[in-house]
Design a protein around this ligand. Structure first.
Ligand code: HEC
Ligand code: HEC
Ligand code: HEC
Ligand code: HEC
Ligand code: HEC
Ligand code: HEC
Ligand code: HEC
Ligand code: HEC
Ligand code: HEC
Ligand code: HEC
Length: 323
């Protein structure tokens, strides 16, 4: 695992060296929860008298094993949040006030247990501290939330299997527990090396929700996620190839993987180009793509279009994307 981790960091670092943008994007997201707990004023337990809270040390007297595990997680930090008050601290920050539970000798009906409650109730508990910031601001309406995938479908504050992020399982296995069909795409001959641990699902997706479709991340400037690693494709170029900018990378590439070189949607580059560059009636979507000049006839010669037009993502020198 450690070896994979190092491999992943080195490989990504080579790509991201070119890309300060990815750094900025991740940094912004990571800052969010740090400031969130102190700055969020709302609470899931309004108007509960302070006397109803007993403090984590009391919980420890009966739940020592849980306490010892929990003490090693980042949530331990909440005990230092004196400004937030007892409803934001320790065990009771999530489980709510515990005085009645303790008085009842551990009466389970007097404590919030996360069992038999709705996704909304679970999420709201966690969001009292984790709302806001670019990472979580779209959680409430995300497709995961709508389908009852709650915070604790992926995270476990007490029984996590990962060093970071309190995940139930490491990626990509976490995601494959529900998205098994996607696994086959990453096993195709040409693919992003997700199964190998080089790229994560969450490099491209935000499972907490996004503004755009399919939970695909965008940068803070709303650019396609692909540019965070493939910076050389971003330009700006003097001569842009319109579909790269307008329809996006996925108009020609499959994002996960596929049977064709360079993860192209079509097996033959020429057929890809000719989907848009036809001399026959334009097909609406690609109406302004010029047809190929007559000397290009596929009958008289057959050469890969990108043999000549090889700066297909954009060029600073040539309008027809030669070198
Ligand atoms: C970040 C929120 C959070 C904090 C803080 C927290 N818990 Fe929990 N607790 C949960 C959730 C969620 C569950 C449901 C099981 C799971 O998903 O891990 C749970 C389950 C439990 C259970 C049921 C048994 C089990 O092993 O799952 C006990 C007991 C418990 N917590 C006690 C505590 C004690 C004691 C503390 C403080 C040391 C504490 N919790 C702090 C969220 C939290
Ligand atoms: C006097 C001992 C005692 C103290 C103190 C205590 N508990 Fe418990 N707690 C119990 C017992 C007994 C149970 C039920 C046994 C079981 O099912 O594990 C329990 C169960 C729980 C459960 C799990 C219920 C379930 O079935 O999932 C949670 C959550 C919990 N306690 C949280 C807390 C928190 C938070 C505190 C501190 C505010 C706390 N307890 C303090 C004795 C105690
Ligand atoms: C579908 C799975 C999934 C769900 C649902 C989910 N998370 Fe996450 N969460 C992840 C993964 C994977 C990571 C780590 C990768 C990353 O940075 O996005 C993460 C990271 C985090 C982080 C740390 C990173 C950061 O920048 O904030 C927090 C805090 C967090 N999640 C809280 C929540 C809360 C609160 C909920 C419920 C409202 C939730 N998550 C729902 C999968 C999920
Ligand atoms: C009382 C406030 C509070 C509540 C409620 C809360 N958290 Fe947190 N959470 C924090 C703080 C503080 C951190 C540490 C942030 C940091 O290290 O900067 C944190 C960190 C995390 C992380 C990141 C762990 C890592 O390794 O970086 C995850 C994931 C997370 N919380 C999930 C949850 C989930 C799921 C719930 C609901 C079951 C929840 N939190 C409820 C305050 C809270
Ligand atoms: C507990 C099950 C579960 C887990 C775990 C889970 N998902 Fe999902 N996910 C769903 C469900 C249910 C949907 C709703 C749409 C569907 O059926 O695909 C969904 C939707 C999505 C979508 C949007 C699909 C669309 O058509 O708009 C993406 C992207 C996604 N998940 C990515 C992830 C990633 C990345 C992870 C791992 C970090 C993950 N999911 C973990 C259950 C899950
Ligand atoms: C290199 C970026 C990238 C990675 C890595 C990635 N995805 Fe995606 N994924 C995308 C893009 C872009 C789309 C949207 C495709 C579209 O709209 O045609 C997408 C679409 C999806 C969808 C919706 C599929 C559909 O046909 O509607 C799901 C579900 C999904 N991804 C899950 C995952 C899971 C699970 C992982 C990790 C195992 C993962 N993705 C890794 C970029 C990525
Ligand atoms: C108009 C179709 C089209 C679009 C849109 C497109 N590509 Fe490509 N891409 C290609 C073709 C064709 C090749 C293979 C070039 C060759 O045969 O030499 C390729 C090759 C690549 C390669 C591998 C070779 C290299 O140049 O590094 C990467 C990486 C790549 N594309 C990324 C992207 C990204 C990122 C985007 C979005 C910014 C994108 N592509 C948009 C057609 C496209
Ligand atoms: C987290 C970084 C990252 C992101 C984000 C990313 N890629 Fe990649 N991509 C890579 C790496 C690393 C490789 C090299 C794969 C290898 O050699 O295994 C690659 C390879 C490719 C290739 C194949 C290059 C070849 O030579 O055949 C294409 C095409 C491509 N990516 C397109 C995309 C598209 C489209 C997106 C956005 C949906 C995207 N990438 C997002 C890291 C990324
Ligand atoms: C999704 C549709 C689409 C695909 C696929 C596509 N193109 Fe284009 N292409 C366009 C559009 C639209 C323009 C912009 C025309 C303009 O600027 O007026 C363009 C412009 C061009 C131009 C510049 C024409 C000029 O004189 O300005 C060349 C050369 C070209 N494409 C070659 C290719 C090649 C080679 C491929 C295959 C690798 C390809 N295109 C794939 C839509 C597409
Ligand atoms: C042998 C080299 C070569 C190959 C292979 C080639 N082209 Fe060209 N292409 C050219 C030349 C030369 C021009 C004219 C450039 C100019 O006018 O400056 C051109 C021009 C174009 C234009 C611009 C037409 C306009 O009206 O502005 C398009 C579009 C185009 N090619 C598409 C393609 C497509 C699609 C393929 C593959 C089916 C392809 N080319 C294969 C050499 C090539």
């Amino acid at each position: 695992m450690a070896r994979f981790g190092a491999f992943r960091s080195t490989a990504i670092a080579t790509l991201t060296l070119l890309s300060t943008q990815q750094g900025v994007l991740r940094a912004q997201e990571k800052q969010a929860p740090k400031s969130a707990p102190a700055s969020v004023a709302t609470t899931s337990q309004p108007n509960v008298p302070v006397a109803q809270y007993v403090g984590s040390e009391t919980c420890k007297t009966c739940h020592e094993k849980i306490y010892d595990g929990w003490e090693k997680t980042p949530h331990w930090k909440t005990t230092l949040n004196t400004a937030g008050g007892p409803s934001k601290q320790g065990c009771e920050g999530c489980h709510g006030p515990g005085a009645d539970h303790v008085a009842g000798g551990g009466d389970v009906s007097k404590i919030f247990t996360f069992k038999n409650v709705s996704t909304k109730e679970i999420n709201n508990r966690c969001l009292t501290c984790h709302a806001g910031g670019p990472q979580h601001m779209n959680t409430i309406n995300s497709i995961h939330t709508q389908n009852n995938v709650s915070c604790i479908s992926c995270h476990s504050p007490h029984h996590s299997e990962t060093k970071e992020f309190l995940l139930i399982k490491a990626q990509p296995q976490l995601c494959y527990t529900c998205h098994l069909q996607r696994k086959a795409e990453f096993e195709m001959p040409f693919h992003h090396r997700v199964n190998e641990g080089l790229v994560n699902c969450t490099d491209c997706h935000n499972p907490h929700g996004t503004v755009g479709p399919k939970q695909v991340r965008t940068s803070s400037t709303q650019n396609a996620v692909c540019f965070t690693c493939h910076t050389d494709k971003q330009g700006p170029f003097v001569f842009e190839h319109e579909p790269v900018k307008i329809e996006g990378c996925t108009s020609c590439h499959l994002p996960h993987g596929g049977p064709n070189v360079h993860m192209l949607r079509v097996s033959n580059v020429n057929l890809l180009c000719l989907q848009c560059h036809t001399n026959s009636a334009p097909n609406g979507k690609t109406g302004n793509a010029p047809g190929v000049p007559s000397f290009h006839s596929q009958k008289t010669f057959f050469k890969s279009c990108t043999l000549c037009h090889n700066q297909i993502h954009g060029s600073n020198f040539d309008q027809t994307f030669f070198k």
